[in-house]
Design a protein around this ligand. Structure first.
Ligand code: UTP
Length: 480
């Protein structure tokens, strides 16, 4: 090992990583050294120096709320608003969105680099068999939606999937094994985000995940920006004349993926960033809040928001910060180019991180409470750079059924049952009935919205048993 490397670690207060390294075999020793070489130690020191104080944006929002100065969201489209004007505006948006899809200006970005620690599943979340009857995985379901949108638009819809070292190999193998789900491999790009070292929350010293291995974690969904630059994908999109990106997370199977209405509103509203929101379920819900801060629409992550601010209420008892971020966005490509690759700030995320105490340790320490800090960039910090941040409200049960935990709210079970209820509502709106105990899933190939179901099913018909409309029944009606 070079003196320069040791000296660098000493300078940054991280030379404990070399304690006992001589005891490692040659291979692991080399891997450790090249891992240490690859880390930006000065960058880590800067992040550590920022300390554990309240995130500046969260602090500002706290101040605004406490002083009673919070204003309503500008550029807000409320879907609940019925009436002719709302319907007209929606129609216009849908028409614009359809034209955008038909002219090939849109691509989908799925972020799938997270490790899903709260879920406790050891494979990438995209491989979760989330669909309630077919058992289709998140990726299969999204691919079916992308195929269907492309077919309707008469143009292929490119799909960019961001992974991390934690999910990349499994995801890539799965895409290959599934032959890209029938999509043209030229239209599917799986690319990796970066990683950053994980530190002990008390000391700031970098942890070891195993003997000979520095603990690292993906750099947050906001790592997307740097990853797009590094992989040359902004150029790739430009070459294809794609100017609009529909962004979503891998763990929300109810997402209305590349829905024409939101694309159209984004374009008609001349927004650089559009965000779908839902009403927050409670003050405690783990959902970022969307609010106006010093003239800009901004999002503060739940983990950064002080509890009293998250719980602040209006005179009628409703939550002041009512709008929850569903992590569905539309971004302009040119806007992303203008922001540059490294502009987003880092946030401290406290996590339980198993680790070893030395290169000679045989036992993994599994803490019971958060022991470590990860540094993450959040994609919604892009809003700081946007002149127009548009907010589109959605109905929670229709578009937001995230899979975050092993049981209870926001679990695989709650998402599956939410999907069954959603499809039930679509069918009932078209005049059909779901028999007692029946489980009906709707494949994207058959219908993407409640409106698509109208006219596809005989009013008065009763659906029984476990069926997937569009996959295993009604083949005569399955044509899209
Ligand atoms: P979450 O913040 O919910 O994280 O990610 P997670 O990894 O899925 O689960 P926990 O928090 O460890 O339990 C929201 C979305 O952002 C993606 C995830 O894959 C998910 O789609 N994400 C998160 C990334 O792509 N990269 C990251 O570094 C973090």
């Amino acid at each position: 090992m070079s003196d320069a490397l040791r000296e660098r670690l000493v300078r940054h207060g991280q030379d404990h990583l070399l304690d006992g390294w001589e005891q490692l075999e040659t291979g692991p020793r080399q891997r450790l050294l090249s891992q240490i070489e690859s880390i930006d130690w000065a960058g880590l020191e800067q992040r550590l120096a920022a300390g554990d104080s309240l995130d500046p944006l969260a602090a500002r929002l706290e101040q605004i709320v406490a002083s009673g100065q919070l204003s309503g969201l500008p550029h807000l489209i409320r879907q609940a608003g019925a009436g002719e004007a709302a319907t007209e505006s929606r129609r216009a948006a849908e028409e614009t969105g359809r034209q955008m899809l038909a002219s090939g200006r849109v691509a989908v970005i799925t972020v799938a680099g997270g490790r899903g620690t709260r879920l406790g599943w050891d494979r990438p979340k995209g491989l979760l068999p989330v669909m309630p009857v077919s058992g289709r995985t998140c990726f299969e379901h999204f691919a079916a939606t992308i195929r269907t949108r492309g077919r309707r638009a008469g143009r292929r819809l490119p799909w960019l999937v961001m992974t991390s070292p934690a999910t990349h190999a499994d995801t890539l193998a799965y895409f290959r094994e599934q032959k890209h789900f029938g999509l043209d491999p030229d239209d599917v790009v799986v690319f990796q985000q970066g990683v950053l070292p994980v530190v002990d929350a008390g000391t700031g010293r970098v942890l070891l995940s195993a003997p000979g291995e520095v603990a690292q974690s993906p750099d947050g969904h906001g790592g997307l920006l740097e990853a797009l630059w590094t992989a040359g994908l902004l150029e790739w999109l430009k070459d294809r004349e794609i100017d609009t990106l529909f962004y979503h997370q891998v763990d929300n199977p109810a997402v209305a993926l590349a829905a024409p209405d939101v694309l159209g509103w984004h374009r008609l509203g001349r927004a650089q960033v559009t965000t779908r929101v839902v009403a927050r379920r409670s003050a405690e819900e783990s959902l970022g809040v969307v609010a106006l801060v010093d003239g800009k629409v901004r999002i503060v992550e739940y983990s950064d928001l002080p509890a009293r601010t998250a719980a602040a209420t209006a005179a009628d008892g409703s939550l002041l910060l009512w709008a929850g971020n569903t992590a569905v966005h539309v971004f302009d490509r040119e806007f992303l180019e203008g922001v540059g690759s490294a502009a987003l700030p880092f946030h401290r995320v406290h996590r339980i991180v198993p680790h070893v105490t030395s290169h000679a340790a045989e036992e993994l320490v599994i803490p019971t409470a958060a022991n470590a800090v990860q540094f993450e960039r959040f994609v919604f910090d892009l809003l700081a750079f946007a002149d127009v941040g548009l907010v589109v409200e959605s109905d929670r049960g229709s578009e937001f059924l995230p899979v975050k935990r092993a049981s209870g709210e926001d679990s695989l079970e709650s998402a599956r049952s939410g999907l069954l209820q959603l499809y039930g509502r679509w069918l009932e709106a078209a005049g059909a009935r779901i028999g007692k105990g029946a489980r009906v899933e709707i494949a994207p190939e058959w219908a993407l919205t409640a409106e698509d179901v109208q006219g596809k099913i005989e009013p008065g018909s009763v659906l029984e048993g476990s069926v997937v409309l569009g996959l295993d029944t009604m083949p005569d009606q399955a044509a899209d």
